[in-house]
Each structure stands twice: as structure tokens, then as C-alpha cells.
Design a protein around this ligand. Sequence first.
Ligand SMILES: NC(=O)c1ccc[n+]([C@@H]2O[C@H](COP(=O)([O-])OP(=O)(O)OC[C@H]3O[C@@H](n4cnc5c(N)ncnc54)[C@H](OP(=O)(O)O)[C@@H]3O)[C@@H](O)[C@H]2O)c1
Length: 301
Amino acid sequence: MLGAVPSRTSVVVLGGSGLVGSRVLDLWAGDLELIAPTHAELDVLDDEALTVFLAQTEAPVVLNLAAWADVDGAEPERGNRDGRVYALNARYPTRLGILCGELGKHLVHVSTDYVFDGESLGRAYGEADPTGPLCWYAQTKLAGEQGVLGAGAQACVTRIEMPFSAQPHRKQDLARLCLARLGRDELMVGVVDQRITPVFLDDAVRALRTLVEARFTGTIHVAAAGWTTPYLFTRAIAARMGLNADLVAPESFADFAPKRAARRPQHSWLDVALFEQHFGRDILRPPEAELDAWAQQVSAT
Ligand SMILES: NC(=O)c1ccc[n+]([C@@H]2O[C@H](COP(=O)([O-])OP(=O)(O)OC[C@H]3O[C@@H](n4cnc5c(N)ncnc54)[C@H](OP(=O)(O)O)[C@@H]3O)[C@@H](O)[C@H]2O)c1
């Protein structure tokens, strides 16, 4: 659903130092008023501090990117609702949703493709498809989605998938990992039998901006407008950056998956038809076009 489009928006950004948040701050700083407290300035798990902070700001929109986003690192807390992962991914977003509802603020909350079980080989996951999270990170993120949507706020839950950036960040995404390894002439494994829709981070940030400005409510997917595999994605990077694509070693999902602490969905691909229906086809692009834009930016920096 869409609301009125305001001329200039003031936005609270929580989690602005993260992989996604840092690019949001870079790309929005010029023409939006951003209120982005650091973790040191606001611990989002401190209920009282969060309440005071939100009550004091007049910003009508909150973008939530603060989360526990380390998928394997969440597993030691599996099943622990008193742990930090559950607190950050489930309890805090629910609290944030309640506060936004009370204060009349619009909330855009970021979630993940990992809420699905990855069994769907025939078609990409739509927003209304049944969820089936396989790991603790995904279970807590799903609980966060449900908390946000049930909190009584005007809220949007947007599931993004594998954002990859042309900008350096302490957290290495798949594209930059590939660039680093192939750049050192090291082998890079690429899974061949896995459908994914990784999104160029700049496109995702544009999509988030569109959702903020439209005051979109409900669940919506933000991903590439077409699927690839980790193997094809990695080789496409090698080709664009003049690196040796023969260093990309094909691997099956069955061989790859057991090496990781957390169980992952195999076919983790998101359908972006709903986004396109509302906002057209210019923002979310097919993998080849995203990678062209990514490579151009990497080469320019
Ligand atoms: N990256 C991916 O591949 C991916 C894929 C799908 C979905 N997502 C989702 O996208 C969102 C952003 O992910 P990301 O990769 O940008 O995560 P990230 O790089 O790990 O950033 C997480 C952010 O949360 C902040 N934070 C953590 N605990 C906090 C606390 N107690 N109080 C205040 N701030 C706190 C961190 O600040 P400090 O660093 O200062 O602690 C950081 O700014 C998450 O919801 C994630 O689930 C990510």
C-alpha cells in the first residue's frame, strides 16, 4: 500500500555503521535529513534510551538496519530467547514497532531472504509464500518481522538478499571476497546448483529510499530482478575485472552446506514482481546489469 509522498523527509537511521547502513548514509546524506545515532550514542537494546530517543525526534520515518547479521555466529545461541541474537533480531524490532506505532512514525524494517527454506527450485519466493527458516539467525529475523507487522505501526518489512557493494567495508560481501581472493590468484569456490538473487547495494539503497518516500506498508522483496548462481556470479566478476575465471572452482550445495555452522536455504531467490508493480523496473536490475554498474564503480574508486 502507498501513502502520500512528502517533499523532504527526515529519517532516523538505526544501524548506520553496518554494511547496508553505511551506504544508506553515504547516498542519502545530500538531500535527506538523517538522524543516525551510533551504537555508542544509542544502544537499541536499552529500552528506556530507545524510548527517549524516539520521543525526542520529530522525524516521521525510522529505517531499522540494526541487527545481529552474523549468520554462523548466531548458532551458538540457537533456541536461546534470552540471548543477544534474539534480543537484537526479534525483541528489539518488536519494541521499535510498538514505539513507532505510539509515536505515529513510519517504520521500514530490513529482513532477509533466509526466512525461506530454499526448497523452491521452480520459482522465486513471493512475499506471501510460507516461510521456513533453517537457522537461528533466520528464526529470529522471522520473529522480528512478525513483531514489527503486529506492533500496530505503519510499517514495511523489506527482505533484502546478499547485498554486494563496490565500497570497502569491514564486512566483506561475496563480490568483494571474490575480488580479494581472485586478485591474489587464490581459488574461489562457487556453488553451481543454487539459485540466488543478490542485490547491488546501491540499488537496494535506492529501493529503500523509494519505500521510505512512498510510506509503503506491508512486506516487500528487494533483490536482483533475475537469478544467478554463486558460481556464475563469481565468474562474472572475474570476467569484468580481468581476473582469472579458471580459479573459480565449481562445488555442489551438498558439499558446501555442511562446512558452515548454520543451515542455509539452497534456492534463496526472491521474486521482485511486487516491487516492480509499484515502482517500475528501473531500480532493481538483472544480475548482469547490476554487475556492470558494480564493476564500473569498483574500477573508478
Ligand atoms: N549483509 C547481508 O548479507 C544481509 C543479507 C540479507 C539481509 N540483511 C539484513 O540487512 C540488515 C543490515 O545488515 P548489515 O549486513 O548491514 O549488518 P551489519 O553490517 O552487521 O550492521 C549491523 C548494525 O547494527 C548495529 N548494532 C548492533 N547492535 C546494536 C545495538 N545494541 N545498538 C545499536 N546498534 C547496534 C551495528 O553497530 P556497531 O557495528 O557499531 O555495533 C551495525 O551498525 C540486517 O537486518 C540484516 O539482517 C543483511
